[in-house]
Design a protein around this ligand. Structure first.
Ligand code: IMP
Ligand code: MG
Length: 191
């Protein structure tokens, strides 16, 4: 057994197989900036934040507390990434919005845009519901694998290289969503 694994055998947050890409402080500072931008852009507008479950849950919670405006929230759950393979663009709605978005200004809040297939389809579905405007806030933008290049991210947390990241809501096979930072799994086979 290595000294490293012997020293911290039970910590999920300082697991030796994780490398920190953005710390909790980096994230908080960036989200403050995004919140200020949205506060400026949506003053006087009827704003609804639509979080895409499950990955956006932490980003949504932090972002909404940095938007100093009256707003409401709603959630959708869609299936993407079946069996850990690539997104197909076939989006199944697992949970729809609770309230209509007609005449509202909507910001869809996502964890990460990778191929863009999921979001592209989701925006098509929401686009037919009479909203005044629909914009997209993505915590992470991974542009390299993008297939749907026409997907425009209006509010981006960070642009990242083509690496699989976890934490801050993002998972690998359901694990790591609770990490307070964004990390890279160094050896996926050892996770
Ligand atoms: P897209 O349709 O390829 O853009 O898929 C986006 C979805 O794939 C995200 O909402 C995530 O659930 C998942 N995803 C893509 N890249 C990553 C990653 O690096 N870590 C964890 N989940 C990811
Ligand atoms: Mg997702």
């Amino acid at each position: 057994m290595s000294a490293e694994s012997a020293a911290a055998p039970t910590s999920e947050f300082s697991h030796p197989n994780l490398e920190v890409m953005f710390s909790a402080d980096d994230i908080a500072a960036r989200i403050k900036e995004l919140g200020s931008e949205i506060t400026r852009d949506y003053a006087g507008k009827d704003l609804v934040l639509v979080g895409v479950l499950k990955g956006s849950c932490i980003f949504m919670a932090d972002l909404m507390r940095e938007i100093d405006l009256p707003l409401t929230i709603d959630f959708m759950a869609v299936s993407s990434y079946k069996d850990q393979t690539r997104s197909t663009g076939d989006v199944e709605i697992l949970k729809d919005l609770s309230n209509p978005i007609r005449d509202k200004h909507v910001i869809v809040v996502e964890d990460i845009i990778d191929t863009g297939l999921t979001l592209h389809r989701l925006l098509e579905i929401l686009g037919s519901r009479g909203a005044h405007s629909i914009k997209l806030a993505a915590f992470l933008d991974k542009p390299e694998p993008r297939v749907k290049t026409e997907v425009t991210i209006d509010y981006t947390g960070f642009v990242i290289p083509n690496q699989f990241v976890v934490g801050y809501g993002l998972d690998a096979a359901g694990r790591y969503r609770n990490l307070p930072f964004i990390g890279v799994v160094k050896d996926p086979s050892a996770a």
